[in-house]
Design a protein around this ligand. Structure first.
Ligand code: ACM
Ligand code: ZN
Length: 572
């Protein structure tokens, strides 16, 4: 420390700068930690990370070992300082420690303390004259702490990495902090998916919603139905202009993930404390499957894998018993591959035009005694569909119920887009509210769990700048700027009571890819908006301040640059 003090003073006198201008760590990172107490009034209250400093961790714990390795890698690659892994070393300058949670005051119990999901992710980071200490109850908390240290690091100078003394205490606001990537409209390589997961982890996100099937391509290998991915993943051509001008490239487009690749993604994500929520979107958005199995459609086909975007009227037949057999085969294999507690069944945008005329669908409606009720309910069956409790919407609800029970037998819960409200929610359904917050509010009032992903705040396929000419072409009906996204309050306090607000598991940003075919473009859409979303997901409302967020952004962008991430360099 003496050497540090001396050199900093020399540096200061030599170049005649103020203490603020010395390159030292800045802890006002994104997302902003819950509490940051900087305890540094002078140069004797700073610690310098130097080459050769050790990282100590519990070597008997594989997760702690991996987190120490991550930290070593980040500090080397992003700050050019080489740390050593020195397990179980009390004298190491950087300590990663798991601690036991204390029982609440006044309650002495031998039973282990049960932590909420958010408490499991909590951590502290202290910088003192001894070095840096990261503590948490669970490895996931240590991982979050290591990310905070990584994001705080200054540029290296002659002294190493200067860290003013600090005490940070942190815990996320929501347990579900998601991002969706649509791999149906365009296929993204496993290599890119891994990069996407790295970006998510950098922003404290923990749920990767993998949209695996679409009208335009089936991307998940189902071993019992080998043609499904082989043939259903390939469209003969893709639209190259707006949907009003049907011009096509005439180039076949395809790609799917083998189960082995999906398992590789699950493992990579889990190592970064991200759960993969797979989605098979049904009974609408199924034209790629109908291409392979035309018997599952109301008309019998033939059907093509869709070459253009939009809502297709061809959907799975709700009255054909083979539809449920097909779905159970698909969801069965999906559950084998993805250990996620949540499985997304889609449920959005399923026009009922075919079902209204289909003898099989109508026979099933009769058999189940489903009738159209003239009651006002939140939501309709999607674009081009019917309002509320129509018999056809109830038929969709019947399919959901069958799948919900099937998933429950495997210990999983179902998530569906908010259209699943229309025919009546099934017992355990989690609603993902995308057409604004109304569906989420209605579901929370029925005590269902909810994930908020309202399009006007959370759809990152839309432009982030008002002047469209400054960005690559994308979905252009409205702008979702960083400030718009930042202003979102997921608990909708004007409509939900505190108890109903407890049903909101969290928030998700969605990257649909009709107009996004390349990794660079996907990253451009994502960044820096994910930095904005990350504070909606992580921070308490009283902490949020967009102007302050903007001031903190350059430090994160410096890291984007080091990591080679493409991002939008203007913020509105
Ligand atoms: C959706 O955007 N159709 C869920
Ligand atoms: Zn039918």
């Amino acid at each position: 420390m003496k050497r540090l003090l001396f050199t900093v003073c020399c540096l200061l006198s030599a170049v005649c700068v103020s203490a603020d201008e010395v390159t030292a760590a800045k802890y006002d990172i994104i997302p902003l930690p819950k509490e940051v107490k900087v305890m540094c009034t002078g140069f004797d209250q700073m610690f310098a990370i130097e080459d050769g400093n050790g990282i100590s961790y519990d070597a008997s714990n594989a997760e702690c070992t991996r987190i120490a390795q991550f930290l070593q890698e980040w500090v080397k690659e992003e700050a050019d300082v080489k740390l050593q892994l020195t397990p179980n070393d009390k004298n190491a300058k950087i300590q990663l420690r798991l601690v036991s949670p204390a029982a609440p005051k006044g309650k002495k119990s031998k039973k282990p303390v049960t932590l909420t999901d958010q408490q499991k992710e909590s951590y502290t980071m202290k910088v003192t004259e001894k070095g840096i200490e990261l503590t948490a109850f669970e490895p996931v908390g240590l991982f979050r702490a290591a990310q905070t240290l990584r994001k705080s690091l200054p540029e290296k100078n002659g002294l190493g990495l200067i860290m003013p003394f600090v005490e940070i205490t942190d815990q996320p606001r929501f347990s579900y902090r998601g991002v969706l990537l649509d791999c149906g409209r365009h296929f993204f390589s496993v290599e890119f998916i891994k990069q996407f997961l790295d970006v998510m982890a950098l922003h404290g996100c923990n749920q990767f919603h993998w949209h695996l099937t679409e009208d335009q391509g089936w991307r998940f290998e189902v071993k019992a139905l080998p043609d499904l991915a082989k043939k259903g993943s390939v469209r003969e051509k893709s639209i190259i202009a707006s949907s009003k001008v049907r011009l096509y490239d005439n180039i076949p487009y395809g790609g799917y993930y083998t189960q082995e690749e999906c398992r590789e993604v699950v493992k990579y994500a889990a190592e970064r404390y991200i759960n993969v929520v797979p989605e098979i979107d049904m009974p609408g958005h199924m034209q790629s499957a109908l291409h392979v199995f035309p018997n599952l459609g109301c008309t019998g086909g033939p059907y093509v894998v869709a070459p253009h975007w939009g809502v297709m009227r061809e959907v799975l037949c709700g009255g054909n018993p083979e539809t449920l057999t097909f779905l159970k085969t698909v969801f069965g294999e999906l559950c084998d591959v993805f250990p996620s507690p949540y499985i997304h069944i889609g449920g959005d945008e399923c026009p009922k035009e075919r079902w209204q005329k289909c003898p099989k669908c109508q026979a099933k409606i009769k058999e189940l005694g489903l009738t159209t009720e003239n009651v006002k309910v939140e939501g309709d069956g999607g674009r081009g569909s019917q309002d509320g409790r129509s018999a056809e919407n109830k038929l969709q609800s019947y399919i959901n119920q069958e799948i919900e029970q099937f998933l429950a037998s495997k210990g999983r819960s179902l998530i569906g887009w908010d259209e699943i409200l229309a025919g009546g929610l099934t017992e355990d359904a989690i609603v993902m509210s995308w057409r604004g917050t109304k569906g989420g509010v209605a579901a929370a009032k029925q005590k269902h769990r909810v994930i908020m992903s309202p399009n006007v705040y959370a759809y990152i396929d839309h432009p982030q700048l008002k002047d469209y000419s400054k960005s690559p072409r994308t979905t252009d009906s409205y702008v979702v700027s960083c400030s718009k996204m930042y202003s979102f309050e997921p608990l909708v306090p004007e409509e939900l009571t505190e108890e109903e607000g407890d049903c909101i598991l969290g928030v998700q940003a969605n990257l649909w890819t009709e107009h996004i075919a390349y990794p660079e473009h996907a990253l451009y859409q994502l960044l820096p908006r994910l930095a904005s979303m990350s504070e909606v997901q992580w921070c308490a409302p009283e902490q949020k301040d967009f102007e302050n967020w903007k001031k903190r952004l350059p430090q994160l962008e410096r890291l984007y640059d080091k990591l080679g991430y493409v991002y939008c360099r203007e913020v509105e």
